[in-house]
Ligand binder design. Sequence first.
Ligand SMILES: N[C@@H](CCC(=O)N[C@@H](CS)C(=O)NCC(=O)O)C(=O)O
Length: 210
Amino acid sequence: MTTQVKIFGPTFSTFVRSVMMACEEKRISYEVTNFFDGQEISFKSDKHRELHPYSKFPVLLTEHGPIAETITILHYLDRLGGEAVLFPGDSFEQAYVEQWSSIVAIYIDQAVVRNLLLEFAFPKGEGGSIRQDKVEEAMPEAKRALAILSEQLEGREYLCGDQFTAADLILIPILDYLVKIPLPIMADFPNLLRYQENANRLDTVKSVLG
Ligand SMILES: N[C@@H](CCC(=O)N[C@@H](CS)C(=O)NCC(=O)O)C(=O)O
């Protein structure tokens, strides 16, 4: 397989991981890089802003040019063809996957990643300590997010039914971090634990998250 796409962004980013897993699932060869047009791009630089107006990652670097925003990137990769389909089904079913992809990427990400996980990953307290007040502040919304996911997973193997979709690609890297923090926040949600354990057995997930 020759490299078809390059992914700009750090591999610790949940969204970068979603795009990496999408490439694995679709068997599209990829490379994660900090280079564009032979030039190293530093985060938040003018060049980064040219790739994404809000200097976010991932950005997919294609032979036609850069594409930003994870869900858009997943749609693009899906349209490249291949056996696995990230947005499967008829137009209603595809919209349902898109709906849950957005819910996870916007609301779940805010409540779980931005407000809670980032405090553990990049602690901003005195001497680099975790700010417990920020953690406590984040807990109610994080638990509400997990309750919403747990309810959606009732009677479903994957987020949108019995097929692995783009919505799962966005959710799984978030849960992977969540089970690793020293807080038993997932323990109250057996549906989520079951889902996360099953996800860990998938080759696509293993190849990126280990
Ligand atoms: N809506 C964007 C969100 C991307 C995003 O927030 N990425 C994070 C990394 S996981 C980021 O760029 N963080 C750096 C920052 O916000 O300054 C997408 O779906 O791709």
